[in-house]
Design a protein around this ligand. Structure first.
Ligand SMILES: O=S(=O)(CCO)c1ccc(-c2ccc(C3CCCC3)c([C@@H]3C[C@@H]3c3ccccn3)c2)cc1
Length: 239
């Protein structure tokens, strides 16, 4: 089959985001702004023509689930509204492949800013991780804004369209049980890096946006990871 017109961009951004996620937070001006157990959230304060676009990088360690399971639930449109509390409406407007969809999401209005929507492709892939001695694969979901002439910006002037690049990079670690016993969920740990840059697309007060980011990101990652743990606990392990 001929390749989809977006494929070169999807491949390039996915590779780039994986590399970006794996950069440490030691350099590049990251400041820790939230901590909750194993979850650490860093941000950089950046503006783009007067709009707050603070990049975010969150690192977390979740026990009892695999990176494949984390990415499966993050990618899946069927369960999105079960964990995403800031989305009012979600539509899959195009299926590019089984592992690549285009979403249109209307986000709940955050007073006093006007309501936002986001149109983005979402791609999930497994990346062999050669330089990791216990050789565990890495799973990644990358979301990146895209245009679609059927869904122009500010449909009837209601929503301001945000632009975003998000990646969820997950690596599974297995602590092999004694004498070849079956691996259980007690033997697996998932190391997560979540990166996001959201441009609000139109002016919104910096103080309001920074307060929203500070409140919503920790809530979002905690809720999502708790959701995956709960969904997986009674199911066979998806490696
Ligand atoms: O990881 S995802 O791909 C999961 C799929 O849903 C994703 C996450 C977050 C967003 C997002 C969209 C709009 C806004 C703002 C910008 C001005 C007014 C609304 C925000 C701001 C950052 C704050 C925020 C953070 C987390 C959750 C909700 N809100 C975030 C979109 C997608």
């Amino acid at each position: 089959a001929t390749q989809h017109r977006l494929w070169p961009e999807i491949d390039r951004i996915s590779v780039e985001q994986l590399r970006y996620a794996r950069l440490g937070v030691g350099e590049g001006g990251w400041q820790l702004f939230a901590e909750d157990g194993e979850m650490k959230m860093y941000k950089r304060e950046e503006e783009s023509n007067g709009m707050v676009v603070d990049p975010l990088k969150a690192c977390h360690v979740v026990r009892g689930v695999t990176g494949h399971e984390m990415c499966h639930y993050f990618f899946s449109p069927d369960v999105r509204m079960e964990w995403e509390t800031t989305v009012e409406q979600m539509t899959v407007i195009e299926k590019i492949a089984d592992d690549t969809l285009v979403f249109l999401q209307v986000h709940k209005r955050i007073w006093p800013a006007s309501q936002r929507d986001a149109l983005f492709w979402s791609h999930m892939r497994q990346v062999p991780d050669h330089n990791d001695r216990d050789g565990h694969d890495i799973w990644i979901v990358c979301n990146h804004s895209t245009d679609n002439s059927d869904f122009p910006q500010s449909n009837n002037g209601k929503c301001v369209r945000v632009t975003l690049t998000v990646c969820l990079v997950c690596q599974t670690f297995i602590d092999p049980p004694k004498d070849g016993a079956k691996i259980t969920r007690d033997d697996i740990t998932c190391k997560i890096t979540y990166c996001s840059v959201v441009n609000p697309g139109g002016w919104a007060p910096a103080s309001v946006l920074r307060a929203v980011y500070k409140r919503e990101y920790p809530k979002f990652l905690k809720r999502f990871t708790a959701y995956v743990i709960d969904q997986c606990k009674d199911k066979p392990i998806m490696f």
